[in-house]
Design a protein around this ligand. Structure first.
Ligand code: DGL
Length: 283
């Protein structure tokens, strides 16, 4: 029996990453932690997000996980190195896999990135895209924060008219900003927050000719490579996931079941505020 894979997010967004992990590695067992008592992370300071993300990582380590997936772009942007420095298991973030996929996808050299305020103001996506691109002509990266998407998704307003209005407004701004006179159009849009893939059908409808990059999909491939899974999925067994939340909102189970397509069963409450993640060099 191998150790579980730990996946955490501020709330339900990490389910979009869990779904991709299950698609590629259905026979693994998983522990999902949503810090729903303290969502959103995207409006908080980098220091606070580092503290919260460290506590999530420590909780997963205490459950004996073999690998941690930071299924949150905001935490990946500001806390990934802190977590990596503190733990002895591999840690996968969201930004590098998505940045790599965006570079491979773009033909126009114009990449859009939407995310939380925290992710956008960290500048992590432009920096990583630039670093991965090396000396090739740099693509233009147009970033735009969409803070209302997280509460709308947490509320389960996935196909609600209000969400459509908000999405239209955000995308109008992003594309107006991206369109400098004579420049080509954004052809690739990174969904730089793991809550956003829950809105993928709507975003796809609003942007039919733009390639949407789902960071969870690409991060799941990295996880599979690290765990050296080569065989195609063989099992028909029900997914083996234990769900923990720091507070249990009434809508969680129905949103999760609708999105994941299987019965979530029980959700346990996790108490993590007292946990401390200690750097292995210092501690
Ligand atoms: N889903 C997370 C992300 O990818 C966090 C959203 C939030 O809590 O603001 O950034």
């Amino acid at each position: 029996m191998t150790a579980p894979i730990g996946v955490f997010d501020s709330g339900i967004g990490g389910l979009s990453v869990l779904r991709e992990l299950l698609r590629l590695m259905p026979d693994e067992s998983y522990i999902y932690l949503g810090d729903s008592a303290r969502v959103p992370y995207g409006t908080k300071s980098a220091e606070t997000v580092r503290l919260f993300a460290g506590q999530c990582a420590q909780f997963l380590l205490d459950q004996g996980v073999q690998l941690i997936v930071v299924a949150c772009n905001t935490a990946s942007a500001v806390a990934l190195e802190t977590i990596r420095a503190a733990v002895d298991v591999p840690v996968i973030g969201m930004i590098e896999p998505a940045a790599r996929a965006a570079l491979q996808s773009t033909r126009s050299g114009q990449i859009g990135v939407i995310g939380t305020r925290g992710t956008v103001s960290s500048g992590a996506y432009p920096a990583v895209i630039q670093a991965l691109n090396g000396h090739a002509p740099a693509p233009a990266v147009h970033s735009f924060a969409c803070p209302l998407f997280v509460p709308l998704v947490e509320e389960g307003w996935i196909d609600h008219p209000a969400t459509r209005l908000v999405a239209q407004d955000y995308l109008d701004h992003l594309f107006a900003h991206g369109a400098a006179a004579g420049s080509p159009d954004i052809d690739t849009l990174v969904l730089g927050c793991t809550h956003y893939p829950l809105l993928k059908p709507l975003l796809h409808e609003l942007l039919p000719s733009v390639h949407l990059i789902d960071c969870g999909e690409h991060a799941a491939h990295v996880a599979r490579d690290i765990l050296c899974h080569s065989a195609p999925p063989s099992s028909n067994a029900a997914p083996n996931v234990r769900f923990y939340l720091t507070d249990i909102p009434p809508a969680f189970v129905s949103i999760a079941e609708r999105f994941l397509g299987f019965s979530v069963g029980g959700v346990e409450r996790a108490d993590i505020d007292h946990l401390v993640l200690v750097d292995k060099m210092m501690g």
